[in-house]
Design a protein around this ligand. Structure first.
Ligand SMILES: [Cu+2]
Length: 247
């Protein structure tokens, strides 16, 4: 995302706000995302947008190894498998196709929603048959090209015509997307699919898929925590507007 601050004057404060949507629950600071202060020189190189490379990586497979296809060049003819993900509430649990993360845990983390092989292209359809709430669905690892939405005349919205990894499944909406499973430097393995509503993902709307062998790049052991030995007084106090300094 590029933001052009050139028309603002030095010292001006610009706020990025969340305008929310229907069937959402907003709290006191839900609308506050980020605040920018415009300065004469941000110190980030040339101080001009001309310093940004002309070709931006789309976050997908552009620079990956042979076999990778840029996300927005994916076509239905490349599809090896089609899958459906239905997001719904079942006996007080938030599920994906009736499956919860507790089911994945019970399986010893072997239960998979899908098992594409490296560089396979698949077509996934995300379905929210409820009229009462929405699900922002996050599929890890991939970027996808949205090719259909049951609302908006079957077309993606104007702001969805680029690579996406979160899919807004509004009330009674379904979204169809193409994605390629580029295993990247990790070589594949298990990745999550979950609703990004906090209450939904916590209770228990998350499943997993594997690219290739699920034992590759084990998420439990692949990036073990290490003790941070930085002295506490090395941290600068953080100023948050509306809160006392240092909190
Ligand atoms: Cu949800």
């Amino acid at each position: 995302m590029l933001i052009d601050f050139r028309k603002y004057r030095t010292g001006q404060l610009i706020e990025l706000r969340n305008l929310s949507n229907k069937n959402n629950i907003d709290f006191a600071n839900t609308n506050k995302i980020m605040r920018f202060q415009v300065v004469a020189d941000s110190g980030s190189g040339a101080g001009s947008i001309s310093s940004i490379p002309a070709t931006l990586d789309d976050g997908g497979a552009v620079n990956a190894s042979l076999g990778a296809i840029p996300t927005m060049s994916l076509t239905p003819a490349m599809v090896k498998a089609k899958r459906e993900l239905k997001f719904f509430r079942d006996h007080g649990q938030w599920t994906v196709n009736g499956v919860t993360w507790a089911d994945v845990e019970k399986s010893g983390f072997t239960k998979l929603f899908g098992n594409p092989q490296p560089f396979d292209v698949e077509q996934w359809t995300i379905i929210n048959a409820s009229g009462g709430w929405f699900h922002p669905v996050h599929i890890h690892l991939i970027d996808a090209k949205i090719i259909g939405r049951n609302t908006n005349g079957g077309q993606p919205f104007a702001w969805e015509k680029g690579p996406k990894d979160v899919f807004y499944a509004g009330e009674n909406e379904s979204i169809t997307a193409l994605m390629q499973f580029d295993p990247g430097a990790n070589g594949g393995g298990r990745y999550m699919i979950h609703c990004h509503n906090l209450v939904h993902e916590d209770h228990d709307m998350m499943v997993q898929f594997s690219v290739g062998d699920l034992r590759t790049n084990d998420p439990v052991t692949t990036d073990p925590p290490v003790l941070d030995t930085t002295p506490l007084d090395a941290f600068q106090p953080v100023y948050r507007p509306g809160f006392p300094a240092g909190t």
